[in-house]
Design a binder for this molecule. Structure first.
Ligand code: ADP
Ligand code: NI
Length: 218
């Protein structure tokens, strides 16, 4: 029987193998940063750290933007990894709740994440989408999919559905208004909120500088 530490180490090892070099923003180092953020936040919350860590490590095991059937892929991959390590079915259910509901998906409607462990992982993931790292990831994603960095004639979209969010890709500056700048308001935990504050300000500064340079003002 493996200890909880051994299970976490093994899941981390498998995720590192599988996601090293991934180029759409969900590479191993993103997963590792989310894992670190989640541990930091959970130190201030009443929660089960085993579920938080497994949720953080597995939260991007399938990407709703790139798989045909997200629910099915997620269930299969999470079950396969965790049942091989003899994780209880109750713990697997809790991890699945996190993995199913972590993603932003346009931020439309109420947050379906209900457990404190899930709210922590969601904050940890969102922190990695903002600030300096968030800026870098966003432009990396835009480049990978051939999007322009900016086009002042194409305005951000106010998405009405998850599907519309998933399918619409314009220029990368729009993504700040469509997602990144909204995340601060959506943080769940006190620690998450306070970490998001600084990262949010950094993005506001970046955009100010960007538009100034765009206009040749400074
Ligand atoms: P989530 O998993 O919360 O739904 P996404 O998978 O949409 O988040 O995004 C993961 C990262 O990929 C984002 O933080 C962002 O950096 C980048 N990204 C996603 N969609 C876009 C886009 N349309 N333009 C630029 N970057 C994007
Ligand atoms: Ni993520």
């Amino acid at each position: 029987m493996l200890s909880t530490e051994e299970i976490i180490a093994e899941v981390a090892h498998q995720m590192k193998q599988k996601f090293s070099g991934e180029e759409t923003g969900h590479d191993w180092y993103h997963i590792e940063r989310v894992w670190k953020n989640a541990k930091l936040i959970s130190a201030n919350e009443e929660c089960d750290p085993f579920i938080v860590e497994l949720g953080a490590l597995l939260h991007d095991v399938a990407d709703h933007k790139f798989v045909e059937d997200f629910e099915k892929e997620t269930n299969e991959r999470v079950n396969q990894i965790l049942s091989a390590l003899n994780v209880s079915s109750d713990a697997i259910e809790q991890v699945l709740h996190i993995v199913h509901n972590c993603s932003f998906k346009g931020g439309i409607g109420e947050n379906k994440m209900k457990s404190i462990e899930g709210l922590i992982v969601q904050d940890a993931d969102r922190l990695d989408a903002i600030g300096a790292i968030g800026i870098a990831r966003t432009f990396a994603f835009g480049g990978k999919f051939g999007n322009m960095i900016y086009d002042p004639e194409v305005l951000p979209v106010d998405f009405q559905s998850e599907d519309q969010y998933r399918k619409t890709r314009t220029h990368t500056i729009n993504h700040f208004y469509e997602k990144l700048l909204k995340l601060k308001q959506l943080m769940n935990t006190t620690t998450g909120k306070s970490l998001a504050e600084k990262r949010h300000q950094y993005m506001e500064e970046f955009l100010k500088q960007f538009y100034g340079e765009w206009e040749g003002k400074f």
